[in-house]
Write a protein that binds this ligand. Sequence first.
Ligand code: ZN
Length: 244
Amino acid sequence: MRQRLSSEPDRYRGRRRVPTPPRSRYAAVVTSAFVGAGVVALGAASQLPDAKAVNPTVLQNLEEAATTQDALAERSIDVAAASRGEERTTADPKVSEAEAAAQAWLLPLEDYEFTAPYGVRFGKLHAGIDLAAPEGTPYKAVHGGTVTSAGYSGGYGYAITIKHDDGTETIYAHSRRLLVQAGDQVKAGQIIGEVGNTGYSYGTHLHLEVHVDGSPTDPIVFLRSHGVDIKLKIESVMGSLAAS
Ligand SMILES: [Zn+2]
């Protein structure tokens, strides 16, 4: 049996090594990797005895995962470029935690069941995604902004529209109860309403829409490009990394 030169698994042998990048770069890479390859990143992260002593092989894996995700995001949505700019800014250790929190995009619910995707359904565009949760479950603003409408709105039932600084709007529909009013400023993660079954709705759920330039877009794709994975239920890890 041949002698092992290191404790690394064989699959890592002979791979190109990359120099350890500066810390801010590491944070950006890990953030991107979480977006597209949460499971990979989580697995890799668990191999790290200390985030400051990063194994270059792990970094390379994360970088490859991030590159793949970037390519996917570019194909799917234009705002990906803007998002990556944001991530770099946020990963900068000079940015305060408060600023990072203000820039954060988050999941709208602590827990939920993803029940319907964005897309054409019964010959009609389902302009958002459906997240089922028990009646009365509090839901949160996915990003900071200004409430532009909050009230009963036809098929949407009790619904909230928030306009964000980048011009994007998020809409939260079928609520049992609304906890904000038009004109309110809200922060990312602030509880704004309760899940219900009002309007054109079968079953208690939150219907979430994202509008870019006034038109609906797939919230899954949009939020993924902003560090939130609805299907994996992973939020941005920018804040915790920057603070570590
Ligand atoms: Zn829906």
